[in-house]
Design a protein around this ligand. Structure first.
Ligand SMILES: Nc1nc2c(ncn2[C@@H]2O[C@H](COP(=O)(O)OP(=O)(O)O)[C@@H](O)[C@H]2O)c(=O)[nH]1
Ligand SMILES: [Mg+2]
Length: 223
């Protein structure tokens, strides 16, 4: 049998991406642009939460949104109606965004003039957690119908998130979802996680979330 080398491609992909993500964060710092990476399963409420967030913050912050999707522009069409800069990023089948793709999106949206750029990542609890996008903070949404045990099943996603929004609390009476169990499971994965129960539908909790976000943006810009 001939000799051959084994190349650990995955590791080199991650190392390259981590380097690019670090550079991107430094560029964002210089330009005083805060990048939020918003992740969740499909249908947990990323786009709806963004709509509520934009309503409360668009008079205070210049906001731009990057809508990542495998192949559609439904969410970009929804968000662009809110009167903020919007761009659709087609990943061409990829289940996540990496730092290079995010940098292309930021250039496409001319993010230099923004206070807050939001990346709505591809709906998936696995792949997006593995790739640092260069974001200043990672947020994820877990919705009530998905169950209170998700942090046990997707440990990496919960461990890399700074904030977890528990969405769709308006439907709590109809699901076997225990808020305290959910909190306990999240904090077991990530004791530092900020947890905010919300309903993007009726607006509950959105003020607390936007207050947290605005404070983080100001801190990033002033530090
Ligand atoms: N009952 C309820 N439905 C919600 C809430 N937030 C979003 N939805 C619904 O959940 C579905 C998926 O929401 P969407 O924002 O598109 O999720 P995304 O795929 O994560 O962007 C839509 O039918 C929304 O109207 C909520 O707080 N409560
Ligand atoms: Mg969406």
């Amino acid at each position: 049998m001939g000799e051959f080398r084994v190349l650990e491609i995955k590791q080199s992909i991650f190392a390259d991406n981590d380097r690019r993500a670090k550079e991107l964060r430094e560029e964002l710092k210089e330009k005083k642009v805060f990048l939020l990476n918003l992740m969740s399963s499909p249908g947990s409420g990323k786009t709806t939460t963004l709509q509520r967030t934009i309503e409360l913050l668009k008079e205070k912050l210049q906001i731009g949104v990057m809508e990542a999707d495998i192949d559609s522009d439904v969410d970009a069409a929804t968000i662009s109606k809110m009167g903020v800069k919007t761009i659709q990023l087609h990943t061409g089948g990829m289940c996540h965004l990496d730092a290079g793709m995010t940098a292309q999106g930021l250039a496409g949206i001319e993010a230099g003039s923004l206070d807050l750029a939001v990346l709505e990542n591809v709906g998936n609890l696995v792949c997006p957690a593995e790739f640092d996008t260069g974001a200043v903070k990672n947020a994820m949404i877990l919705s009530v119908p998905e169950g209170d045990d998700k942090a046990l099943k997707y440990p990496l996603m919960f461990s890399i998130c700074d904030v977890v929004l528990i969405n769709k609390i308006d439907v709590l009476p109809y699901f076997d979802f225990d808020m305290e169990t959910c909190r306990k499971n999240i904090l077991m994965r990530n004791p530092k996680a900020k947890i905010i129960p919300i309903s993007a539908r009726i607006g509950e909790g959105i003020k607390e979330w936007t207050k947290w976000l605005e404070k983080e943006v100001r801190q990033w810009q002033e530090s």
